[in-house]
Design a protein around this ligand. Structure first.
Ligand code: ARG
Length: 348
């Protein structure tokens, strides 16, 4: 199939669904609630290690070369007993990595998960004719609403191009970041593209495409702050977005009591403006957008960690994974990805 240009013609229709909150993703019975809580714990609150830093992403070049000189702080990479238990709980209860769980207690959840996965099989997606993507439309420049309230951004255009390659209509489901992670695991969305960092913990409960970009965890502070490096965060209140690696790293390194988890990046930055937190740890591209629109804030020159972004989907969805990777590869080869990078990601 010939690749369409990015300027609008021949694009499949995009349907935006209303914002859904985390509660809506949760079944009402107790087991589902338990799975939900454990999943949130494993994905967001537990002390998950990041992927080893400084290693090249498996099959994809880094498009976002925005590192600011000094190398990222080396992070501790232990897995706490709690996170192992939480991950094990999620796996056995939700059957995320295996549909053959024999535990009686897990049967309801396991079968729910198995059918959710079946709902995202490539054949099913193809016969429905649409690819459902979960993203957060408040994540500039990856996916955000422009002045005319149109959802635009790198993730929006790349996912549209992937859908085109696969001959599918794109349906965008706009939600909170942590909800997007759960949405693909629960089979509500086929793919999630939301600046999702590949981590070991997440790889235990979902699959990832080849990496399409590099992200950096940056630190935003008020101008004149006595915080000059990541180490200076010790003893400070740190704002983060719920369910993100920023939250994870900070609670791991500085203790959960030091970290506040906000619904989204904007509310974290507002808390910084109001003096409720001393710093915000968040991905570098949104950080730049926040600092641009909030005079009096700055980004530290030293970054916290470097990460690989990839597209998430339900675990074991091999045919979909291969199709998405093949589409990405073609979009890279024909220059489409670079054109979208150039459009949205400002060179330093
Ligand atoms: N890269 C970080 C992570 O994976 C943060 C991503 C947040 N994405 C978003 N759309 N708010 O945890």
């Amino acid at each position: 199939m010939a690749l369409q240009s990015n300027d609008g013609e021949g694009k499949p229709p995009v349907t935006e669904l209303p914002h859904s909150d985390m509660q809506a993703l949760c079944q009402s019975d107790t087991i589902a609630a338990l799975i939900f809580c454990l999943s949130v714990l494993a994905l967001s609150g537990a002390h998950a290690p990041a992927l080893p830093k400084g290693e090249p992403s498996p099959a994809f070049p880094k498009f976002v070369l925005l590192q600011k000189g000094s190398s990222p702080m080396k992070r501790r990479t232990f897995i706490s007993l709690m996170s192992v238990m939480a991950a094990a709980g999620v796996l056995s209860l939700a059957g995320c990595s295996s549909n053959t769980s024999s535990s009686t207690a897990s049967s309801t959840a396991a079968s729910a998960s198995a059918s959710a996965t079946a709902a995202n099989k490539l054949e099913t997606i193809q016969s429905n004719g649409k690819l459902v993507i979960a993203l957060e439309g408040a994540w500039q420049p990856w996916s955000f609403h422009d002045e005319s309230d149109t959802l635009v951004g790198y993730d929006v255009e790349v996912s549209r191009a992937i859908a085109e390659k696969l001959g599918l209509e794109l349906q965008i489901d706009d939600m909170d970041f942590d909800a997007a992670l759960l949405s693909v695991q629960q089979g509500k969305a086929d793919i999630a593209m939301a600046g999702i960092t590949v981590t070991d913990e997440r790889m235990a409960v979902m699959s990832f495409s080849d990496s399409y970009a590099t992200g950096i965890q940056s630190v935003i502070v008020p101008e004149g702050s006595d915080i000059a490096s990541v180490d200076d965060l010790a003893g400070k209140k740190i704002g983060t977005q719920r369910g993100t690696t920023g939250y994870l790293y900070c609670s791991d390194d500085f203790g959960e009591d030091a970290v506040v988890a906000y619904d989204n990046g904007l509310t974290a930055v507002q808390a910084l403006n109001n003096g409720q937190v001393d710093a915000v740890v968040i991905d570098n591209e949104p950080a730049k957008a926040y600092v641009e629109s909030n005079p009096g804030l700055k980004i530290l020159d030293t970054s916290y960690a470097e990460e690989d972004y990839a597209i998430g989907m339900a675990k074991g969805n091999t045919a979909l994974l291969e199709a998405v990777n093949a589409a990405l590869e073609e979009l890279k080869a024909d220059g489409t990805l670079q054109a979208i990078v150039d459009k949205y990601i400002k060179a330093e």
